[in-house]
Design a protein around this ligand. Structure first.
Ligand SMILES: [Zn+2]
Ligand SMILES: [Zn+2]
Length: 274
């Protein structure tokens, strides 16, 4: 499985809001698209999985829709919880802030199409990929994903605070899919540990809270990939995470590429202990 980091920050740092591209075709969250990809690469995207409706996770969609409009191929399929799709259409693609590309050029054959998903459910995608939804604990309706290719799994939390249901669902998935090896968890860490009360109030994680969450993982833990750092806290978050969680931790940064296989994770940009 190939993972490209289009954006990874929980605030504006050169416009690189969260978005992670799998195998060139499946985008997990859409905070950054055109800022990171050529038009040719944007046209390869066939699926977008949204975790929730906050604008830092959707910001790329209006301009992406405009860029790919009229390319002649089938609609790009967006998967999200029903209320997230509703909010995308009523607050962003509402024919006021931006045209409604779910009805352009026509409702029958639009540029992008919104599909409602349920929690704890598995869906198949083209090209041998599948995804399973996980509950997460953020402000408003939200979910995470397990994306699988053959027997390799990659978990993406989206934004979440402390969340027992997330780990319970993940444990159930592992029990029901013993052949799938979860190689990595992309999980958020927005604030340093001394901002715990604010993190808890806004349903985010700190390094200390994150370390506590991994006590819910049974067995050898997968690699941990950190995203959603608030830009002004990046250095201290990294320092704290490395002290608390040890090795096999990756601080995700824009334009990095990873190869994820059963043999482990390789990066063209960094080593996990940096
Ligand atoms: Zn966010
Ligand atoms: Zn959020």
């Amino acid at each position: 499985m190939k993972l490209q980091v289009l954006g990874s920050y929980g605030g504006d740092f050169k416009g690189r809001f969260p978005a992670f591209l799998v195998n060139n075709t499946v985008l997990m969250d859409a905070g950054t698209i055109g800022t990171a990809l050529t038009l040719e690469k944007q046209l390869e995207i066939k699926t977008i999985l949204l975790t929730h409706h906050h604008i830092d996770h959707m910001l790329g969609i209006p301009f992406f829709s405009d860029a790919i409009y009229g390319n002649g191929s089938s609609p790009v399929e967006i998967f999200a919880l029903e209320s997230v799709n509703k909010n995308l259409k009523s607050h962003l693609l509402n024919d006021v802030l931006w045209p409604d590309f779910t009805a352009l050029p026509s409702r029958e054959n639009p540029t992008i199409r919104c599909n409602n998903i349920d929690l704890n459910t598995e869906y198949n995608l083209p090209d041998g990929l599948s995804f399973t939804t996980l509950p997460t604990c953020h402000i408003g309706p939200s979910c995470g994903y397990i994306v699988c290719q053959d027997d390799v799994g990659l978990v993406y939390s989206g934004d979440t605070g402390i969340c027992k249901p997330f780990w319970t669902s993940l444990t159930t998935f592992r029990r029901e899919h013993p052949s799938v090896s979860i190689q990595a968890i992309i999980i958020e860490c927005s604030f340093p540990s001394n901002r715990k009360s604010f993190a808890v109030a806004t349903r985010h994680l700190t390094p200390e809270l994150l370390a506590g969450e991994f006590e819910n993982w049974d067995g050898e833990r997968p690699d941990i990939m950190i995203f959603h750092m608030k830009p002004k806290y990046m250095a201290v978050i990294e320092q704290e995470i490395r002290a608390l969680l040890g090795d096999r931790v990756w601080m995700l940064r824009p334009d990095e590429e990873y190869s994820i296989t059963r043999d482990g994770i390789r990066s063209s940009h960094q080593t996990p202990d940096r």
